[in-house]
Design a protein around this ligand. Structure first.
Ligand SMILES: Cc1cc2nc3c(=O)[nH]c(=O)nc-3n(C[C@H](O)[C@H](O)[C@H](O)COP(=O)(O)OP(=O)(O)OC[C@H]3O[C@@H](n4cnc5c(N)ncnc54)[C@H](O)[C@@H]3O)c2cc1C
Length: 406
C-alpha cells in the first residue's frame, strides 16, 4: 500500500517538485535510462534486471506508477497537477514508469468504476505494484469483431459458476496470474446474457497454448476452460451487466493502444527520436540536417502529424479525466494512433535500410533486430483492441450519428 506523505493539491507545486526531484535522485537507477523497452518483455520492468525490479518496487510502494489513483487502493493520490509535475520531473532525468500491463491500462480503471469494495481491496494494490499480471479473456474463435457472439458458458451452481469454453488471442495468458473474462451466463439473450468474471489462472481446468506471431514471438495464446469453478464473488457487477463493463474496459484499452500514451512514455524513457536515428544512419548535410532531402521531408511531415496527434491525445485524456472517464473518442485515437505507429515503423525500416530487415545472426545488433520485429509485430495494432474497420463503425454510429445500412 502506498505511503503518501505528499502535499495537498493546493500547496506549493514548487515544494512538491523539489520533493519529487529528491525522491527520484534517491530511487531511480541511472542505469535504466533508455531501457524502457524492457516494458515490452514478459517480465515488464523486471526484464531490465535487478535495477528494473528495484525501480518497480520503489515506484509501486510510493504509488506513483498510478499517480492519480486513490491511496486506499495503492495509488499515489496525487492531483492532476502534481501528476503532471511528476511526469515532467521523470522525463527530465530519463525515468520511465515501471508499472504497466493490462492491470494498469484497462482492468484497474474499470474495476475502480464497477468493482465491489472487496474486489478493489483484493486486486487494486497488486495492480499498482505490478506484482500480479492480468490477461484479457474476450475473443473466441467465433467471436472477435462480433464479440457479443461469445459462447464460453458459466453455468450457475449456487455459490459458484462452472466455466466451459475457449478463448483465443489471449495476450500474456501463459504468464498471467488472473484473467478478466467475458462469459455467457444466459444463452437466451445476446448482450444481456454476458457477465464479467475474474478467473484465477491457477484454477484447475485451465489450459493455455501459446500461438506464434509473424514477429517470431508467442505473446498470445489459446485458453481452454474445462469445468473451471469460479466463486460468484469474482463476478464484477450484476449478472448480465458484463457487456456494459466489458465495453468500458475496451474504451480504456483503445485510449492506451492509440500509441499516444506509449509514445509519450517512450520519449520520457530516453528512446531515440526518428530524426536522431536518421542523422545517425544517413548522415547530415553541411547545415546539420538529415542528408537525404526526400526522406527528410517525409520525416518532417510525419513528425508534425505525430506531435499533433500526441498533443490531441494528451488533451483528450485530460478532458476524459476531468469529465469522469473515457469515451467513444478513444476509437478515433486508436485508429489514428495505430496508423501513425505503423507509418513510423515503416519509416524507421527505410532509414535503417537492410540492417532493419534482419531476422537473426551476428550481422545484426540487438537494436536492429528489435526494429525488424517491432515493425512486424506492429502490424497487429490495427487488429487488436478492435480492428480499424470496427473503430470506424463506432465513430460513424456513436460520434457522427450515422445509421446502420440494413
Ligand atoms: C496481437 C493480438 C493480441 C490480441 N490480444 C487479445 C487479448 O489479449 N484478449 C482478447 O480477448 N483478444 C485479443 N486479441 C483479439 C482481437 O481483439 C481480435 O483479433 C479482433 O477483435 C478482431 O477479431 P478477429 O481476429 O476474430 O477478426 P474478425 O472479427 O473475423 O475480422 C476479420 C476482418 O473483418 C473485418 N470486419 C469484421 N466485422 C466487420 C464489420 N462489422 N464491419 C467492417 N469490417 C468488419 C475486421 O475489421 C477484420 O479486418 C488480440 C489480437 C491480436 C492480433
Amino acid at each position: 500500500m502506498a505511503t503518501n506523505t505528499m502535499l495537498k493539491p493546493d500547496d506549493s507545486l514548487d515544494a512538491f517538485r523539489a520533493e519529487v526531484r529528491e525522491w527520484l535522485g534517491a530511487n531511480f537507477p541511472k542505469s535504466l535510462i533508455g531501457k524502457i523497452a524492457a516494458m515490452m518483455s514478459p517480465q515488464g520492468a523486471d526484464g531490465a534486471g535487478a535495477d528494473g525490479a528495484a525501480w518497480r518496487k520503489a515506484m509501486g510502494a510510493k504509488g506513483w506508477g498510478t499517480p492519480t489513483w486513490p491511496t486506499e487502493y495503492g495509488g499515489g493520490g496525487l492531483s492532476r497537477k502534481e501528476a503532471a509535475v511528476l511526469a515532467q520531473e521523470m522525463a527530465s532525468v530519463g525515468a520511465w514508469n515501471p508499472i504497466g500491463g493490462m492491470g494498469i491500462l484497462m482492468f484497474g480503471p474499470t474495476l475502480l468504476e464497477y468493482g465491489s469494495e472487496a474486489q478493489k481491496r483484493q486486486h487494486m494494490p497488486a495492480i499498482c505494484t505490478a506484482d500480479i499480471r492480468w490477461c484479457q479473456g474476450y475473443s473466441e474463435p467465433g467471436a472477435g469483431s462480433d464479440l457479443a457472439s461469445l459462447q464460453t458458458f458459466a453455468e450457475d451452481k449456487g455459490d459458484h459458476y462452472v466455466v466451459n469454453g475457449q478463448k483465443t488471442w489471449t495476450s500474456g495468458g501463459q504468464w498471467a496470474d488472473w484473467c478478466f473474462a467475458l462469459v455467457r451466463t444466459d444463452k437466451s439473450k445476446k448482450h444481456e446474457g454476458i457477465s464479467f468474471l475474474l478467473i484465477d489462472m491457477k484454477s484447475p481446468g485451465i489450459t493455455v497454448k501459446p500461438i506464434q506471431m509473424i514477429s517470431g514471438v508467442s505473446p498470445f495464446c489459446e485458453t481452454f476452460f474445462d469445468n473451471v469453478a469460479v466463486p460468484k464473488e469474482n463476478r464484477v457487477g450484476t449478472e448480465g451487466e458484463g457487456w456494459t463493463i466489458g465495453k468500458r474496459l475496451l474504451q480504456h484499452e483503445r485510449t492506451n493502444l492509440s500509441g499516444g500514451g506509449g509514445a509519450a512514455r517512450m520519449m520520457g524513457g530516453g528512446a531515440k527520436s526518428l530524426p536522431d536515428v536518421a542523422k545517425e544512419h544517413l548522415g547530415v548535410d553541411s547545415e546539420g540536417r538529415i542528408a537525404d532531402a526526400e526522406l527528410r521531408l517525409r520525416i518532417i511531415k510525419f513528425e508534425m502529424e505525430w506531435r499533433a496527434f500526441l498533443l490531441t491525445s494528451m488533451r483528450v485524456v485530460q478532458e476524459a479525466k476531468a469529465s469522469g472517464g473515457v469515451s467513444v473518442v478513444s476509437s478515433i485515437l486508436k485508429t489514428v494512433g495505430t496508423k501513425l505507429g505503423q507509418e513510423r515503423a515503416e519509416l524507421m525500416i527505410e532509414i535503417i535500410g537492410l540492417q532493419g530487415l534482419g531476422w537473426e545472426g551476428d550481422g545484426f545488433s540487438a537494436g536492429d533486430l528489435a526494429q525488424t520485429r517491432g515493425w512486424l509485430g506492429g502490424k497487429a495494432t490495427t487488429i487488436y483492441g478492435g480492428s480499424t474497420e470496427i473503430q470506424n463503425n463506432v465513430v460513424a454510429k456513436r460520434i457522427l450519428g450515422m445509421l446502420d445500412h440494413q
